[in-house]
Design a protein around this ligand. Sequence first.
Ligand code: 6MZ
Length: 345
Amino acid sequence: MTQSATTDVDAAFTLSLPKVELHAHLTGSITPQCLHEIWQQRKLSDPNLALGDPLELLSKDKTWNATTFFPLFSSYIYALCSTRESIIYSTNSVLQNFKEDGVVYLELRTTPRSSEGVSKEAYIGLVLGCIDNFEGKEAIPTYLILSIDRRSTASQAMEVVDLAIRYKERGVVGVDLCGDPSKGDVSVFKAAFTKAKQHGLKITLHFAEVPASSSELELETLLRFGPDRLGHVIHVPEEMAHEIMRRRIGLELCISCNVQASLTEGGVGEHHFGWWKDRECSIALCTDDLGIFGSPLSNEYLLVAETFGLSRKELLKLSGRAVECIFGGEEEKQRLLALLVRQEK
Ligand SMILES: CNc1ncnc2c1ncn2[C@@H]1O[C@H](COP(=O)(O)O)[C@@H](O)[C@H]1O
């Protein structure tokens, strides 16, 4: 059952609310329309292109679950966005969409990947180049988090960390662990995350997304990596939830993603945001994969306002709780808090 409560919040308010986005996978944030434009271009030069139209494959009426969702990337979107041009085009489109949605600080995350003539390092260079050259970038300072895919080997994970260290000066602020939660043995990543930490990078981990990735052993192993933030935190035993609060680890909660992909049971009203919102911890509402789940960050704030009866004042506070756990440093925090104070007046 979804709760519905009274609130003075509307869509115009959540659009104008200064928001920080901390958990957005670059490839998952590309809209079906943008992918369609790339697909059309590819079709022009290769009429036999074996990939279907994104507007059909990712149409709004599609439903997802953990089994159908994760293969989308390796088997489809990566194949479509494999050229230099498509990587630049799609990254610019993602930045523009976040900006238009009133996001005033962005941490994008992406997995270094190589494709047609683009090495992993060149891929990172292309994404950072888009961020540097983005028109209106003053309105949306953007940092990068490099993701390690759970299917990686220990040495592939180390390669990601080495890239993150190399590009720290250009705005890489952290390292993430993501990908199909039914795959991989997370213990092999210990050395990579230890090195990342030693080099001053922040750590965020996808945590307890599905029952198979939520054994006590796995969760304890991940907490030993010393994460600064955790994503999703769905199947977390209450005792561990208190430990997470004690350690002041920030939480990235992706409500529409969790509900639409059936990672949580029930609707928005049953989402664990309802439990965490009244605890002492930093929470960031996040979109995860806007291109697939179709819910911009302004809509995530609207959803919680309507479902949990949060007022404008409470949403401003909630946005401030996300600011607490950004990786971009104290100066950014102060700028964002000042924006929120100004909005309150
Ligand atoms: C339920 N939410 C999620 N949980 C875990 N991993 C996710 C995810 N959503 C996306 N990814 C992972 O992010 C990568 C695609 O973006 P980038 O190529 O890195 O930009 C893929 O590895 C995908 O599995």
